[in-house]
Design a protein around this ligand. Structure first.
Ligand SMILES: Cc1cc2nc3c(=O)[nH]c(=O)nc-3n(C[C@H](O)[C@H](O)[C@H](O)COP(=O)(O)OP(=O)(O)OC[C@H]3O[C@@H](n4cnc5c(N)ncnc54)[C@H](O)[C@@H]3O)c2cc1C
Length: 456
């Protein structure tokens, strides 16, 4: 799958005066200089798998980074151009007996995009988000300055501290802390501060063995009991949830899906011993899982089959919504782990009251991060869905969570920023933006509304 330059995977559509595809740094610097002198807005495109419209331009020039394709694998790290697809990095690392932990389900995503969204995905349960794996960045600012910064290289200006939410994942707004380094500032900045050209990323030795499984349950309560009990399992690196409605959505594609299954947990455990494998059969019995019909496997092919199963969920949601002429209506809120059940109950109560039967929930529940996917049939229903999401964004923050765990806010969700941060905190983010991008050229209307003085 690929996305047209002016769109992203959320179905959001932008417009541009020109699409430019620089072949190297010199050409990019020349484009940036021309844009700065003519005050032309610039939007940076990775692979377009983003879900918030961040890479869709609102006028000006779109710069695609697709030609920045360098990959070098070293012992413990990789050097990657911004345009390298995650799947290519995964394959190159694998052939050297190593692996790159961040795993947003969409492996077509480009490295520059994943850094700018601080993407995470299923394995963030154990390994955290992209930010943790970035060791060095090469970044072009609209002032013409080229930064080549390593982890620990501090920014050269003062910023206040903005407290982080208690949720384990967070990718909304800029991370600010006095003395912070450039890498923490650029990661998650959604193409609004600088253009990432290249990154050095940490790699780990590939685990010697991995056990993967899709465990089915007859209902949500049993699955949630198992979820709470399984979080501390040693070596568990993935703990994903799929509810009964989401399973129903892909039953025509996966006819082998057991009819009794009304909920599922997807798990992966690394470096497993025979005792670890035996322990799963006790666990399945203890938590009333459908042990005989759950799926387990330990080969690359098994894992790829399970990955495709997991990937079929967002894909089918997208197709369903698009077939009704609408764009994706999916949430990315996360709360602290101890509030995971509370927020799920709240979502279900509110959606059943206003929107019964036309949604499904799946996602990274190991981190109390649910993707609620609305399946509206028409524009009126979509509006109800957006109203509910607005309410859910405020509720997630009230519970100590975040309005964006891994997708960023882009253009479709920037209205949630004010629920997460005070006006003073947002003003300090604006100050950073003005310092690095004085004419507010990069990523216009992503993350922030355009300040009046820059509007044409
Ligand atoms: C089916 C599906 C499943 C997904 N599952 C997950 C998941 O589990 N976890 C997750 O985190 N995400 C997930 N995503 C979302 C998406 O894959 C991520 O947001 C990814 O990080 C986007 O990368 P991209 O290269 O496609 O970026 P784009 O969509 O091209 O851009 C995203 C943002 O990054 C900026 N940007 C891109 N490249 C650069 C650069 N070189 N320099 C500066 N700014 C840049 C853009 O301006 C934009 O704001 C999923 C998407 C799909 C379609």
């Amino acid at each position: 799958m690929s996305w047209a330059y002016l769109e992203d995977a959320s179905g959001y559509r932008g417009h541009a005066d020109e699409v430019l595809v620089p072949k190297d740094e010199a050409e990019l610097l020349e484009i940036v200089a021309r844009a700065a002198s003519t005050k032309t807005p610039l939007t940076i495109a990775g692979a377009g798998s983003g879900l918030t419209g961040g890479r869709c331009p609102d006028g000006g020039w779109l710069i695609s980074m697709e030609k920045f394709k360098k990959i070098e694998i070293h012992d413990g790290y990789a050097i990657c151009g911004a345009g390298v697809h995650l799947m290519d990095l995964h394959a190159a690392a694998r052939s050297a007996g190593q692996f790159y932990p961040p795993d947003p389900t969409e492996t077509l995503a480009a490295i520059g995009g994943t850094i700018n969204c601080n993407a995470s995905g299923s394995r963030s349960f154990k390994f955290g988000a992209t930010r943790r794996w970035v060791e060095r960045l090469r970044v072009v600012l609209t002032t013409g300055r080229v930064l080549d910064v390593k982890r620990g290289d501090a920014i050269d200006f003062d910023v206040p501290e903005i407290p982080l939410p208690r949720a384990r994942k967070h990718s909304a707004g800029y991370r600010l802390k006095p003395g912070m380094d450039w890498i923490d500032l650029i990661c998650g900045s959604e193409g609004t501060l600088g253009i990432v050209l290249e990154a050095t990323l940490k790699l780990l030795p590939a685990p010697k063995s991995i056990l993967a499984g899709i465990v089915f349950f007859t209902g949500e309560d049993d699955a949630l009991d198992a979820l709470d009990a399984w979080r501390p399992i040693d070596g568990l690196r993935m703990l994903e949830y799929v509810d009964g409605d989401a399973l129903d959505l892909i039953r025509t594609k996966y006819t082998e899906l057991p009819a009794a299954a009304r909920a599922a947990l997807i798990v992966e455990q690394g470096d497993v011993t025979d005792a670890d494998i035996d322990a799963w059969s006790d666990r399945l019995d203890e938590f009333k899982a459908l042990a005989d019909i759950s799926w387990f496997g330990s080969t690359d092919a098994d894992r790829e089959r399970f990955r495709q199963f997991r990937h079929a969920l967002p894909e089918t949601v997208l197709k369903t919504v698009e077939s009704n002429g609408l764009t994706k209506l999916g949430s990315d809120f996360a709360v602290p782990v101890d509030r995971g059940r509370d927020i799920l109950r709240y979502y279900r109560e509110r959606i059943s009251a206003d929107y019964p039967g036309r949604y499904c929930i799946f996602g990274h529940v190991g981190d109390a991060h649910h993707h609620i996917n609305m399946l509206p049939a028409n524009k009126e229903e979509a509006e109800i869905g957006w109203r509910l999401f607005d309410e859910f964004a405020r509720k997630a923050v009230e519970m100590g969570g975040t309005v964006a765990a891994e997708h960023g806010l882009g253009k479709k969700k920037k209205q949630y920023l004010k629920y997460q941060f005070t006006p003073e905190q947002i003003a300090s983010m604006h100050e950073v933006k003005r310092r690095l991008d004085p004419d507010w050229l990069l990523g216009r209307n992503t993350l922030f509304d355009l300040p009046a003085e820059f509007a044409a």
